[in-house]
Write a protein of this length. Structure first.
Ligand SMILES: [Fe+2]
Ligand SMILES: [Fe+2]
Length: 271
């Protein structure tokens, strides 16, 4: 892992370019854009599934808030603290909006159901997000960066959505999440760019080790979550493992500034 690359800036254009490269290679039959309009959930059964899906979404955001709130006092880096205060505010607002919409659609305040799902994230991630800064980076990679390709697939193939949530997502969640990803990239690069080639190789190995541990910890959750997503909003999940694995390799190659072909074999979401 000695070949380092000059990197393009990480932004949503680059994300789309990488996603298209992956789908052209692995799933050429996947449409590039959504082919039909989504509908709101209608039957009580659909509403129930949609509710569980939204609870999972809010739990993802609230877990981020809880982890970042602990880390902001643990890692004394002002630059990181300013970024985390933004991330906590944004992801907290995403969870709050999802909570409100779920309540309006299902007729029940989901906060207890959300917290139950947050506990599951704590259970399977264990001490990893708070173990050291490398563990926290792996957490940010998994909760902000590695999920992006699956969100693209949802955006193209979903059949059910709540129009008000979709509007909030377009205006708030999407631009804010794009900023979170840039924030994670910048924080990491401010460390990685400073160090000698030998130290870079050490850091790269540490990051891969932590990211692999996080992947193993997350695998059962991801499988269940994709199943729920498919049942609740009708997404096509058949090629998701291939797309997810390829996307994660691209993210790590970018972070470590090495060609994707020079990365070692990584744990698959299917393992
Ligand atoms: Fe969020
Ligand atoms: Fe976020």
């Amino acid at each position: 892992m000695t070949t380092t690359l000059t990197l393009p800036i990480w932004n949503t254009d680059l994300e789309l370019e990488i996603f298209n490269k992956i789908t052209n290679q692995h799933t050429p039959h996947l449409p590039k854009k959504r082919l039909y309009e989504t509908k709101p959930p209608q039957t009580p059964e659909d509403i129930e599934k949609f509710y569980r899906f939204r609870v999972a979404g809010a739990a993802h955001d609230l877990f981020i808030v809880q982890v970042c709130a602990k880390v902001i006092g643990e890692i004394p880096e002002p630059e990181l603290q300013l970024f985390l205060s933004q991330q906590i505010g944004d992801d907290g607002a995403h969870a709050a909006n999802t909570r409100r919409r779920a309540q309006e659609i299902y007729g029940k305040d989901p906060i207890e159901d959300i917290q139950k799902q947050v506990e599951k994230h704590w259970d399977y991630m264990g001490d990893l997000p708070l173990r050291n800064w490398q563990g926290f980076l792996a957490f940010e990679l998994h909760y902000e960066m590695h999920i992006v390709a699956s969100l693209f697939v949802n955006g193209i193939t979903s059949k059910i959505s709540d129009p008000q949530s979709a509007e909030f997502s377009k205006n708030r969640i999407k631009p804010e999440e794009a900023r979170h990803r840039v924030g994670v990239v910048n924080w990491w690069q401010s460390k990685y760019d400073q160090v000698s080639p030998t130290k870079k190789a050490d850091l790269a190995a540490q990051v891969i080790e932590m990211d692999e541990e996080a992947q193993r910890r997350r695998n059962p959750y991801l499988k269940k979550h994709w199943q729920l997503t498919q049942e609740a909003i009708g997404t096509d999940i058949s090629d998701l493992p291939k797309i997810y694995d390829a996307w994660r390799r691209e993210v790590l190659a970018y972070f470590l500034a090495i060609p994707v072909t020079k990365l070692p074999p990584l744990v698959s979401v299917n393992e």
